[in-house]
Write a protein that binds this ligand. Structure first.
Ligand SMILES: C[S@@+](CC[C@H](N)C(=O)[O-])C[C@H]1O[C@@H](n2cnc3c(N)ncnc32)[C@H](O)[C@@H]1O
Length: 221
């Protein structure tokens, strides 16, 4: 596989799955590597899902379970389904949820976000945290989140955009993006239109760190 292809984020879904399975332990250090900025904004994604606590929620690309912990803690009378394509990250997420004693509220499903093995119109909320910038193609993943939501169901997501402030953007473009693309198949995406095209309404886009993080939430009409 040529380096150019890696930097262009052209890995196949199978390659991404293997990458995260091999590197699951390293991804555990990601919050620290990102100076806890990812961690800082997970509660924002949780809040925008507007959960009461009795809902059925799907988390797509749940990874090592950092967002799942927040969701499961909130869903005192509800249920969470965590879906990820990587057995490695999914296993770590499962262990964390069990350690917290929340496993009765959570199921783990090994599957691709592009083809969720879940019934249509079943969920009150769909969450995807820092992963639409990692998947091979975000469009079918967003369409699947729309499909499995009930009418009135909420979508809440966060992903990497392009930082606009001069210093951050120089660092991002020269150092950070190449690192993310090579090591994590991750990189800034502009995918707002996919939410509209999927059919979501009431879409709100928020940015943090000068556009470095983008958060989109909305509703299935
Ligand atoms: C950057 S991690 C994000 C993990 C987690 N959501 C978090 O908050 O840290 C990306 C995750 O997306 C998963 N992934 C990548 N492509 C996927 C796909 N097509 N379907 C489902 N999961 C996928 C990877 O296995 C990995 O666990």
């Amino acid at each position: 596989m040529g380096l150019r292809r890696l930097f262009k984020r052209e890995r196949t879904t199978k390659e991404i799955r293997d990458l995260y399975t091999r590197g699951a332990w390293l991804y555990e250090l990601d919050d620290a590597i990102t100076l806890f900025s990812k961690k800082l904004y997970r509660p924002l994604i949780l809040n925008r899902a507007k959960l009461r606590g009795d809902e059925t929620v799907v988390e797509v690309a749940s990874g090592t379970g950092e967002m799942s912990k927040l969701l499961a803690s909130k869903l005192k009378r509800g249920h969470l389904i965590c879906v990820d394509i990587s057995p490695g990250t999914l296993a770590i997420g499962r262990r964390k949820i069990k350690r917290l004693g929340l496993d009765h509220r959570v199921d783990f499903v090994l599957a691709a976000g592009e083809k969720l093995p879940l019934r249509s119109s079943l969920f009150d909320a769909a969450v995807c945290c820092y992963a639409l910038d990692t998947v091979r193609d975000a469009k079918p993943v967003i369409e699947e989140m729309f499909r499995v939501l009930k009418p009135g169901g909420r979508v809440s997501t966060g992903y990497k955009g392009w930082a606009r402030s001069l210093l951050l953007s120089i660092f991002d473009r020269l150092i950070w993006e190449p690192y993310l693309r090579l090591v994590w198949n991750c990189g800034a995406v502009e995918i707002e239109k996919f939410f509209r095209e999927a059919g979501f309404k009431g879409l709100v886009k928020e940015e943090r760190m000068n556009g470095y993080y983008v958060f989109i939430h909305g509703e299935k009409p």
